[in-house]
Design a protein around this ligand. Structure first.
Ligand code: FES
Length: 159
């Protein structure tokens, strides 16, 4: 056997070992990478429309509270959270969806029908029925959601 043929066999064995190592590495590496980045990729997919309930439940001219359960995923942990949204309509066709979280320090506001205002008990703030600040320390109106009606059901865009 010549010196050249021995080098060729050595090269073949080296390439075969690298190929086997590559297959074993891929067999363990691909599932591991999918496990690590999977939750982050899924979070992107989960953002979407959240069903609130029947549009007919909304009283004309009076903010109506809807509560929905949503699943939030943070890494590998999934939590169920409650989403509370006030929906207002003046004509039964166009809807405004507002958060019930005060824009000052995050307390929950309540609609007081007698006074036609939202009230935040934490620092005595008041918001108009369209969410504008009437009095108190909140720096901006109540946050709004994008809202749509489909087949008589209301949905807000969340995530
Ligand atoms: S948290 Fe609502 S007024 Fe301060």
């Amino acid at each position: 056997m010549s010196e050249k043929e021995r080098l060729t066999r050595r090269d073949f064995m080296s390439i075969a070992m690298w190929a086997i190592g590559g297959v074993i590495g891929a067999a363990f590496g691909i599932p591991a990478v999918a496990y690590i980045i999977g939750p982050a990729a899924r979070k992107q997919e989960d953002q979407g429309w959240i069903r609130l309930g029947a549009a007919s439940k909304v009283e004309l001219g009076s903010p109506t509270l809807f509560k929905s359960k949503i699943e939030k995923q943070t890494g590998w942990i999934t939590n169920e959270e409650e989403l509370s949204v006030y929906v207002l309509t003046e004509n039964g066709r166009n809807f405004t969806a507002m958060s019930n979280i005060c824009t000052h320090l995050g307390c929950r506001v309540r609609w007081i029908a007698d006074q036609e205002q939202f009230f935040c008990p934490c620092h005595n703030a008041a918001f108009a029925k369209n969410g504008d600040v009437v009095s108190g320390p909140p720096p901006r109106p109540l946050d709004q959601y994008q809202v749509k009606e489909e087949d008589g059901q209301l949905f807000v865009l969340g995530g």
